[in-house]
Design a binder for this molecule. Structure first.
Ligand code: FEO
Ligand code: CA
Ligand code: CA
Length: 669
């Protein structure tokens, strides 16, 4: 499906919306195998759709984790998140709860190396962009060097040409008329990641250290090594790389993770959107039906033709290089402490639209990495390493090369099972097209289809917690017609959050129990079917959970991405606390909100929770036709906001924001 079709769909009425929140049409052919509407069967939809009643129904159905694991304070019903919540709304700037500072640390275009001039958006070049912080900051991770000093790792997921470049506007995906080779190269240079040192100054304020030896840009031209079972596979080989083991760059790096040994994981999400073909049907849509890898291309939505890169760089044109898309859609591991190191694409963690890659050490010492496949009706995965984490950091950096990838099947009775994606086991045989483990990993989605994994409502970020629980953000899925147990609402416009409890509290376990933590949306509208703790205020409920974090106290925080649909709630995207324990389980409060048109990424707690990093992505773009008083698509010349600079001629700039408590101390304590 191409971007033009997406833009034409009735759900998305504004051409200036960031495409990332759209995702794609479902490509899972397996929808006949869904579990079925267990909630309807057992309780009837009407009851479940009624907010307060549904709290009872959900608890009765699936049990409340809180009853067994709550902390004393949570059990007593006290609010563990000590802050006064912000009022909801949407305007041109950001807002933070009273008593906190939210300062911009770095913006798109700010230098990350010494002796680089101030950013001038009227004089951009690819070479210049590579000296600067890239566009659309998403994941933020921090590796501490010593108290008050460390290395920040930030993903640059994608680009919004309409507010990056003068005179361009939103490009028509049919012809990309304004996309010159020069602009394409700047777009490419604004993708990838930024790694740079930050330190507190004498006043305790975090600042970028421009002359640090750690500073580095990762981009689509960065040389990388491919490892794991699919490395060298015939379908990984290209004209430029007959070995199938070396690849240039990484794209659409959405969320990610910092491993226990301090490396930076970059998840490749909507990689399909960057591939091109000149083979289009009468409607101008890509036609891969006659291509050698047609089934795989169709299951992955390759080529998306969202960007014009393939017009100038042959490797992004599948007519010329049909195997290049097989080399994207992985987890990339980067050592942020060695700027000369060659990043590694780990095929062992599978190929899909990886939203993120958060890891935790199991009792056995094995590392477990969770990752969602962000597409409607796609799956939840985890990887369990073969080896165990030890004191040798370089040995730890081999752990993601070998292990077992699993996909989740959720059952009606509130249990789940992890199904191994191992060649030769079950249906993953040569007769079914899986001759090697490399085949399984390149076509992970198709292997998971055969295993009977549960199709979900767009799995976004997944966060494990030390007690064996795992929180899964399911952002929305308006194309769901049939509910299933874990995705209980048809036409799920507002998303929900699933809690998984690994058996025995062991993240390497192969089964466990699950329940639904919240069903998002406005609890005062019966038809929405929202389920929140009744104490949740009009400020506290949210829609479309996307990224999340667990702080050192084990408390959960959620950031949202409603895309162009924020008009349905009237609320900007933001950061919310969400209680998981005790009487207040399901209670959310608003802590930070974005300027109009932005989604909130990060979040990342550092510095013993005294510092919180947030990433405001694509400010001024999403759904600005619903922004009262503006009511049109943003362009470079005419944006809905000029956040954070508010200077004439400077377009809105995606930026990382640092939150600290006034006077110091831990956040929300
Ligand atoms: Fe890049 Fe699924 O958010
Ligand atoms: Ca995301
Ligand atoms: Ca998102």
């Amino acid at each position: 499906m191409n971007r033009r079709t997406i833009i034409d769909s009735s759900e998305h009425h504004n051409k200036a919306e960031a495409f990332e929140a759209f995702d794609d049409i479902p490509t899972n052919p397996n929808l006949g195998n869904t579990i079925g509407d267990v909630v309807n069967r057992r309780y009837g939809r009407r009851e479940v759709m009624r907010g307060a009643l549904a709290v009872t129904a959900t608890t009765a159905l699936f049990g409340s984790t809180a009853l067994s694991t709550g902390r004393a304070r949570a059990e007593s019903g006290a609010d563990r998140f000590v802050f006064d919540e912000l009022s909801w709304g949407n305007d041109e700037t950001h807002h933070i709860a009273e008593g906190y500072d939210a300062n911009v640390l770095i913006r798109w275009g700010d230098p990350i190396f010494p002796d680089v001039a101030d950013f001038d958006p009227m004089n951009q070049s690819a070479e210049d962009q590579l000296q600067r912080f890239g566009y659309n900051n998403d994941y933020v991770g921090f590796v501490e060097l010593e108290p008050g000093r460390g290395v920040l790792c930030v993903n640059h997921e994608y680009t919004n040409e309409e507010v990056m470049f003068p005179g361009l506007g939103r490009q028509d995906r049919a012809d990309f008329e304004g996309m010159t080779a020069e602009i394409v190269d700047i777009e490419m240079a604004a993708h990838g990641g930024s790694i740079f040192e930050i330190a507190r100054n004498g006043d305790g304020v975090w600042q970028v250290v421009l002359d640090s030896p750690y500073n580095r840009r990762i981009h689509p031209g960065t040389e990388m090594r491919i490892d794991g079972p699919a490395a060298g596979h015939a379908r990984m080989q290209t004209g430029a790389d007959p070995s199938g083991t070396q690849v240039f760059g990484t794209i659409n790096n959405c969320a990610g993770g910092i491993t226990p040994w301090g490396t930076y994981l970059m998840a490749e999400e909507n990689f399909h959107g960057y591939f091109w073909t000149d083979t289009v049907d009468g409607e101008g849509d890509p036609d891969v039906s006659q291509m050698a890898q047609a089934a795989s291309f169709e299951r992955y939505g390759v080529p998306g033709r969202w960007y014009a890169w393939g017009q100038y760089h042959e490797r992004f044109n599948i007519d010329a290089e049909p195997n290049e898309p097989n080399r994207f859609g992985y987890i990339v591991e980067v050592d942020p402490l060695d700027p000369e190191s060659v990043p590694v694409k780990h095929t062992a963690l599978g190929r899909f639209r990886h939203e993120g890659s958060e890891s935790i050490i199991a009792p056995s010492g094995q590392v477990v990495v969770y990752s969602g496949d962000d597409n409607r009706f796609d799956y939840v995965y985890k990887f369990v390493s073969a080896g165990v984490v030890g004191d040798d950091r370089s040995a730890n950096m081999q752990l993601l090369s070998e292990g077992t990838l699993y996909v989740a099947r959720y059952d009606d009775d509130g249990t789940f099972e992890w199904l191994p994606l191992v060649q030769g086991e079950g249906p993953l045989t040569a007769e079914n097209g899986f001759e090697t483990q490399g085949d399984v990993l390149i076509d992970t989605r198709m292997a998971a289809d055969l295993l009977g994994a549960t199709p979900m409502d767009r799995p976004e970020d997944i966060e494990p917690r030390a007690d064996g629980s795992v929180f899964v953000m399911l952002t929305n899925n308006t194309r769901r017609e049939e509910a299933n147990a874990t995705n209980p609402r048809p036409d799920n416009a507002f998303g929900h959050i699933l809690q998984m409890n690994e058996a025995g509290g062991d993240h390497a376990a192969l089964s466990g129990t699950w329940d639904i933590l919240v069903q998002c949306g406005d609890p005062t509208i019966d038809d929405v079917g929202a389920v929140w703790n009744p104490e949740t205020s009009e400020n506290g409920w949210f829609a479309s959970p996307d990224n999340c974090a667990v702080d050192t106290a084990g408390r959960l925080w959620i950031s949202t991405d409603q895309g162009g649909n924020w008009g349905r709630t009237g609320k900007s995207d933001g950061l919310y606390s969400l209680e998981t324990e005790g009487e207040l389980r399901g209670h959310a409060k608003l802590f930070f909100r974005c300027p109009v048109g932005g989604e909130l990424c990060g979040p990342y707690f550092a510095d013993n929770d005294q510092t919180l990093f947030l990433a405001v992505q694509h400010p001024g773009t999403d759904g600005t036709s619903d922004f009262a008083g503006f009511e049109r698509a943003s362009t470079f010349e005419d944006p809905a906001t000029r956040w954070p600079d508010f200077v004439d001629n400077m377009p809105p700039r995606p930026s990382v924001v640092v939150v600290t408590k006034q006077g110091g101390g831990q956040i929300a304590v």
